[in-house]
Design a protein around this ligand. Structure first.
Ligand code: DAV
Length: 371
């Protein structure tokens, strides 16, 4: 085996697929706002997601893993912990963990490097442990693998803007978006913080979203850590930005899918056009609202996993999205995955690619504006 993945579309050879076991609605903590009274989890409450939902999600995850192995792709799975236990550092305690479905949030493969993100939720501080048995085995098997972890964050009160959620959730949509665009959100700049899923890989260029879980210091750390890459900071007109992979999704060299509802900066679009990239607006999502018990949005419709430049896995019920990919010339692999959403996301979220046929290519030889 070999750790090697530079982009989101090279031929996939080896991937991690998450597990739903034991996933929690997290206990309150400064970084998050959870209020799902209709589903049995009003603000302030927490606990494991119901067994029948977990079983359904695991069934879909196992099926997805089989779809991939049937195509000759090696699939590894993380090792769940008791996510209901309370955890802590000398500076805080937290009443529960989260789960290990969306490995994409925690780990990113950058060439022969696997990087563990800082994370910004106390409930996700120890989540890397679920992936350590796999990472250790890759480190043994591949002499060239680089194993890196970003600085472990302290996540004390100084990392969060006090009172953020009450103020923010009371704002109208346009005012929320305005705060997102000026990056006046829950995280302070006390220390570098990022989730791996805010990073979108295009060979030499990495586009990293400022979000509810990624701050400027986190992106600065990534820039310093990755001198061979160009690391770009991006923001979108999204009221609750949380990971870039349902907003700006590269499908093959020259084609990126964009969530039209979340406006892109004009200079980002111009930078792509100047380099002969087409920016296509994603087809409408099937659902009007976000999935129940999920911090994600209905745009999980575009949270797809590319198997190569011509083949893409798409949530099976997202017919408009399936048709759009078909028209764009892709072989579409429909994968039922809606029941996984409460466990932390869609097909891209649930995976970490370990090996893709890919190299450190420059897809953006021309520079536009600040890019
Ligand atoms: O925009 O709905 C999707 C990805 C979460 N890991 C969103 C977030």
């Amino acid at each position: 085996m070999k750790v090697n993945s530079w982009n989101e579309w090279g031929r996939l050879k080896h991937v991690i697929v998450g597990r739903a076991d034991g996933t929690q609605v997290q206990a309150p903590e400064p970084a998050i706002f959870r209020d799902w009274p209709d589903e049995g989890y009003p603000r302030g409450t927490h606990g494991a997601l119901p067994d029948e939902l977990t079983a359904k999600a695991n069934e879909q995850l196992d099926h997805f893993a089989t779809v991939l192995t049937d195509r000759g792709i090696r699939v590894d799975r993380p090792v769940p912990l008791d996510f209901g236990q309370s955890v802590g550092t000398p500076e805080w305690t937290q009443e529960s963990m989260f789960g290990c479905m969306p490995g994409r949030d925690v780990l990113v493969t950058l060439g022969n490097e696997i990087l563990e993100a800082t994370m910004s939720y106390r409930s996700r501080w120890f989540e890397y442990l679920c992936y350590r048995p796999l990472i250790e085995s890759y480190f043994q098997a591949d002499e060239d693998m680089r194993w890196e972890a970003a600085p472990k964050p302290r996540l004390t009160a100084a990392s969060y803007n006090e009172g953020f959620w009450d103020e923010f959730e009371a704002l109208p949509f346009d005012d929320q978006v305005a705060r997102v665009l000026r990056n006046d959100l829950v995280l302070t700049e006390a220390e570098p913080l990022f989730d791996a899923a805010d990073i979108c890989r295009f060979g030499k260029d990495l586009f990293v979203q400022l979000s509810l879980v990624t701050n400027r210091s986190g992106i600065r750390w990534l820039k310093q850590h990755l001198p061979d890459h160009r690391v770009h900071t991006v923001v979108f007109g999204n009221s609750h930005p949380l990971h870039i992979d349902a907003t700006w999704v590269p499908l093959r060299p020259g084609l990126v899918l964009h969530c039209g509802e979340r406006t892109a900066e004009e200079s980002l679009v111009q930078h792509f056009k100047l380099n002969d990239w087409e920016v296509v607006e994603a087809a409408p999502a099937r659902h009007e609202v976000a999935p129940p018990l999920s911090p994600c949005s209905r745009w999980l419709s575009m949270n797809t996993l590319s198997l190569d430049e011509k083949t893409v896995c798409v949530e099976a019920s997202e017919t408009a999205q399936l048709e759009q990919f078909d028209k764009l010339g892709f072989e579409v692999v429909p994968v039922p995955f809606w029941d996984v959403a409460p466990f932390g996301g869609g097909l891209h979220c649930s995976t970490v690619d370990i090996e893709r046929e890919s190299s450190l290519e420059d897809y953006f030889p021309k520079r536009y504006g600040r890019f």
